[in-house]
Design a protein around this ligand. Structure first.
Ligand code: GLA
Length: 690
């Protein structure tokens, strides 16, 4: 295996010189974020650093990850994919400021051509979608200062079942046609490859593009799309500018998360001109929450991934445009040092990922994979910064700067990411101290009864926070009273204001989730007024009935399932609610139970009144041999029973857990360590005794 770091110093020096020449010549687009948030220009401080790796193709292309649009994630081969869409996107790049934010490529995916080549073996654009041909679209896009990309497959046909022509055996002719049309980017897929060696197929197209662009003088960025099947990160650095590392993304949290986890370990292989590609963005397509889309965009950026917008911008919401247009986050992605962020720590779904930036700062993502709020913490030295009295901490979603004595931490909402940039600069004292908000315990209350909650406001800064006060607000009808002081004259470094609150939902409040907000207000030493808010979710719960009840007859606090919803008294059918079958384990049919798909977690309120959970568990008979899962029962934060890995071939296994005193009982199913394929898990006869 050839590792990207083993290249010689001479090549790196040459590459660095080429890169700076190109930058001077204006070939690399200026990107937002070179300026320190405090206004200081820090570019020079990183100038003597070496880039992490040479631009492998030494053609000066894709020195930062490509940014643009591709229609696939929003249209697939639907009729709305046509000339007016593509040109409409190009218009919006300009009018919505996305071009200014760095987006350049407008890329066509599969289904732009007719199924048959013409008599000369040339590709023919579908006249229904592209009545004026591709060259006309290229001219339109170029006139706006943008670039056009196209798609084909390194096979006899593309991936779509209609059978559009692929380029295998036609590489030189097709590359010439693309170059003649003025194409700037080629995505080269892997379908119908006839078993021909991948390296050979992708190298042939590289050489064909080189030959074709030598004639036109218009370079083409080359995107390898073989889904990571042949570990392209090991051989493609001098073949293409980017390579897909995984199968296709879809617009769901589980898909995005699984791709993220596959791409994170590949950090050493990325660098200027040769990038890992975890697939195009789903931001805005509707299958995730805006919190999840901010995570998607934050994590793709910290991984120095290509940022190809995959939503139809003509229909995008303000929130979507806000995410895609966040220049401080884009600057993390586009940093000219070109390093992919690496995992600093990950425990129980709390991830810290850090990316070294050219100016010496670090971008740091605090990412919460779990379904509950989590405090995620690291330090400036742990993310690679030199020891210092204090640091400037810039929140890239809130667009606010503060100072920290070294701790980088936050309570991160479920599936959320706090993305910051941390500078070991001398200007930290110009910013107010960072104050971290947190709460102990979880706000669960029975209607009309009081629960207590403790909040903390901690000064993470080097400077004191003065005139500090916290407030807790909630929905109408709720009573929220401080039972201990909620003000402090000053908090020194590390000092905390702890406040106990009595929280009472009104009598008759229906069970469910409610929003509370914890706010802190304080003055910086310079007299700046600061306020910081932490959204909290409270739940009104129903006390569990005395005696033994089937869990499928009780309301749950929360429920997640890898595919489809959790089903009561049937197996999991993977799609809409109610599509399961009778729960069947080892040939035995159960009338009661819960059907889930790994990974899954179900929470029930026990209120300290219950003693026992019992069930017969296993992989439902409806699936084949690939189904392997493991079951766990948790009493608050403690695992109190587990099964080890169970397979589809095994009969039901009894599980019994002592949950005495637990407020919350949690039933967890993991994938058994081999992915989630066929993981239909049943909690048959699941019962709770209180
Ligand atoms: C493959 C690719 C996708 C998309 C489709 C088009 O699945 O991985 O990104 O291009 O083909 O058919």
């Amino acid at each position: 295996m050839r590792h990207p770091y083993t290249r010689t110093r001479r090549r790196r020096l040459l590459a660095a010189l080429t890169a700076s020449f190109l930058a001077l010549a204006g070939a690399a687009p200026a990107v937002a974020g070179d300026l320190h948030p405090s206004g200081a220009d820090l570019r020079s401080s990183g100038a003597e650093r070496e880039p992490s790796a040479a631009p492998a193709l030494a053609d000066g292309l894709a020195l930062t990850p490509p940014m643009g649009f591709n229609n696939w994630n929003s249209t697939h081969c639907g009729p709305e994919f046509d000339e007016s869409m593509v040109e409409g996107i190009a218009d919006l790049f300009v009018t919505e400021g996305l071009k200014d934010a760095g987006y350049r490529y407008v890329n066509l995916d599969d289904c732009w051509a007719l199924p048959a080549r013409d008599a000369d073996g040339k590709l023919v654009p579908d006249p229904a979608r592209f009545p004026h041909g591709i060259k006309a679209v290229a001219d339109y896009v170029h006139a706006k200062g943008l670039k056009l990309g196209i798609y084909t497959s390194a096979g006899t046909k593309t991936c779509n079942s209609a059978g559009f022509p692929g380029a295998l055996g036609h590489e030189y002719s097709d590359a010439e046609q693309f170059a003649a049309w003025g194409i700037d980017y080629l995505k080269y897929d892997n379908c119908n490859n006839q078993g021909v060696d991948a390296k050979q197929r992708y190298t042939t197209m590289r050489d064909a593009l080189k030959a074709a662009t030598a004639k036109t003088g218009r370079p083409i960025v080359y995107s390898i799309c073989e889904w990571g099947q042949n570990k392209p990160w090991e051989w493609a650095a001098d073949v293409g500018h980017l390579w897909r590392t995984t199968g296709d993304i879809s617009d769901s949290w589980t898909s995005m998360l699984s791709i993220l986890k596959q791409n994170l370990p590949l950090a050493p292989y990325a660098g200027p001109g040769h990038w890992n590609d975890p697939d195009m963005l789903e931001v805005g397509n509707g299958g995730m929450t805006d919190t999840e889309y901010r995570t998607h965009f934050s994590m793709w950026s910290i991984m120095a991934s290509p940022l190809l917008i995959g939503t139809d911008l003509r229909k995008a919401s303000a929130a979507t445009l806000d995410i895609l247009g966040n220049r401080e986050v884009i600057a993390v992605d586009q940093d000219p040092l070109g390093k992919q962020g690496t995992v600093v720590s990950s425990a129980d779904g709390r991830w810290v990922v850090a990316k070294e930036m050219k100016d010496g700062s670090r971008a740091v993502a605090l990412f919460n994979e779990t379904d509950a709020p989590q405090r995620i913490a690291t330090t400036a030295t742990a993310v690679g910064l030199p020891a210092a009295d204090a640091y400037t901490l810039r929140d890239l979603w809130q667009h606010r700067s503060s100072n920290t004595a070294g701790t980088i931490s936050a309570t991160v909402p479920p599936h959320g990411t706090v993305l910051v940039r941390v500078f070991a600069d001398r200007r930290w004292a110009a910013h107010p101290p960072a104050v971290e908000l947190g709460v102990d315990g979880r706000p669960l209350a029975v209607a009309g009864r009081t629960l207590t909650l403790t909040s903390t406001a901690t000064d993470l800064g080097r400077t004191p926070a003065r005139d500090v006060s916290v407030a807790l607000t909630g929905p109408e009808g709720w009573t929220l009273r401080a039972r201990s002081p909620r003000r402090a004259a000053a908090l020194p470094t590390g000092g905390a204001l702890r406040t106990t609150w009595a929280v009472t939902p009104p009598q008759g409040a229906p069970a469910g989730s409610y929003d509370l907000t914890l706010t802190v207000r304080y003055l910086s030493p310079g007299g700046e007024r600061v306020s910081e808010a932490l959204p909290l979710t409270a739940a009104v719960v129903v006390p569990p009935p005395a005696g033994t009840s089937y869990l499928s007859d009780l309301p749950w606090l929360s429920a997640t399932s890898g595919y489809g919803p959790v089903e009561r008294d049937t197996s999991n059918g993977e799609r809409p609610a109610g599509d399961g079958h009778p729960i069947t384990l080892g040939g035995v049919v159960y009338a009661k139970g819960l059907g889930v798909h790994a990974p899954s977690a179900l929470e029930y309120y026990a209120g300290g009144a219950c003693t026992k959970v019992t069930a017969d568990v296993g992989v439902d008979d409806e699936k084949g041999a690939k189904g392997t899962v493991a079951f766990e029962v948790w009493a608050d934060g403690t695992k109190v029973a587990s099964t080890g890995v169970l397979t589809n071939a095994m009969p039901a296994q009894p599980i019994a857990a002592d949950v005495t005193g637990a407020q919350v009982v949690r039933l967890v199913v993991t994938d058994g360590g081999d992915g989630t394929d066929s993981d239909h898990a049943d909690w048959a006869n699941a019962r709770l005794t209180c």
